[in-house]
Design a protein around this ligand. Structure first.
Ligand code: SF4
Length: 349
């Protein structure tokens, strides 16, 4: 769906630009070195913007340290409760701020923040989470409608100040309310949407909720930047976000592995082979957006391997490496990782 474009530091979000990936820092302020290390790690993983929790005015100077340390991606200050913290974040050089319409509510205070954001030419994300409401809701639809209406009221205050560098997020802790809220919002407004599910549960549950919730919205062409939230290390959030975008063919991030689930027909340790292959592939420097298949037997193996750009199908301890319809060579369980990478490199590097 067509939206306005908003500029966050050097990053264009919305309009015709691809869906972006955002990360969040989790290290406490008491561990400054760890915080910088985490920011660098997320940047290397592919985060295109980073959210930094700024709890109080005295935290706002962290942005100068990040920039001095060479962090290049735009930094967004996440602000709650105190508008003066937002003012401090803007003055210290954050590239954007997030305001919560459920806890910074006084129009006079909001106007002061808008005035400062205008001077510094930075965008404001109006971000509502289901956990911010003080009452319960009888259905996901009711919660979604309430989220959209809270954001809508806030947007009107910003627009009255002739401020339009707005992004919006509407996050439930379940896929259903998040999907409904974002679809509802996209029908009424053309501001770019930052998608996410706010509290997803344990790692696997979080991956599933995020994939379903974000995937459903993104597949309808809604959503301009995503942040996957997992109760897990932050670099995994970036990896999952990239997998979601790649699965929907919205972005490409180098080679994609296609592998079968294995079954009783499989006569090799395919799960282990795929894990090791993925690790080798990540460090291989191979960046072409190709499909590499690793299949456990001859039932679907040769077919999938042929449909991929390059692939291997196992028999009993042996494997055949295919490039489309052509058999390139034979390999075996012990050498398949090395041999497959070697063949891929010959073609794409
Ligand atoms: S490709 Fe072969 S081993 Fe893999 S799941 Fe299918 S039948 Fe089983």
């Amino acid at each position: 769906m067509k939206t306005r474009t908003v500029k966050l530091g050097n990053l264009q979000i919305g309009g015709k630009h691809p869906v972006r990936v955002k990360g969040m820092l989790k290290t406490p302020y008491s561990d400054l070195k760890g915080l910088i290390r985490e920011a660098r790690q997320l940047e290397e993983e592919g985060a295109e913007a980073l959210r930094v929790a700024v709890r109080e005015e005295s935290n706002a100077g962290i942005v100068k340290i990040f920039k001095k340390e060479g962090i290049k991606v735009p930094l967004v200050a996440d602000i709650h409760f105190h508008y003066k913290t937002a003012l401090a974040a803007i003055d210290n050089g954050f590239d954007g701020i997030r305001l919560n319409p459920l806890n910074i509510t006084k129009p006079g205070e909001i106007r002061q923040v808008v005035k400062e954001a205008k001077i510094h030419k930075i965008p404001i994300r109006v971000g509502v989470n289901s956990g911010g409401f003080k009452k319960g809701f009888s259905s996901s639809r009711q919660l979604a409608a309430q989220m959209v209406s809270s954001v809508g009221r806030y947007i009107r205050i910003l627009e009255k100040e002739s401020f339009f560098d707005i992004m919006v997020s509407l996050k439930g802790s379940d896929a259903e309310s998040t999907i409904i809220a974002n679809e509802l919002f996209a029908r009424k407004f053309d501001y770019p949407l930052h998608l996410g599910i706010t509290a997803t549960g344990s790692y696997l549950s979080g991956v599933v909720k995020s994939s379903i919730g974000l995937g459903a919205v993104l597949s309808k062409g809604i959503g301009n930047i995503i942040r996957v939230s997992l109760t897990a290390p932050s670099f995994l959030e970036i990896r999952v976000a990239k997998y979601i975008l790649q699965a929907l063919k919205l972005r490409t991030y180098g080679p994609e592995i296609v592998s079968c689930p294995t079954c009783s027909r499989c006569e090799v340790k395919l799960i282990n082979i795929v894990d090791r292959f993925e690790a080798e592939l990540t460090g291989s420097g191979l960046s072409a957006p190709i499909r590499i298949a690793l299949m456990g037997c001859v039932v679907n193996g040769p077919g999938e391997a042929r449909q991929a750009d390059i692939g291997a199908a196992f028999g009993k301890k042996k494997a055949i490496i295919f490039r489309k319809d052509k058999i390139l060579r034979q390999s075996d369980e012990k050498n398949i990782i090395k041999d497959l990478l070697q063949e891929a490199r010959k073609i794409w590097m």
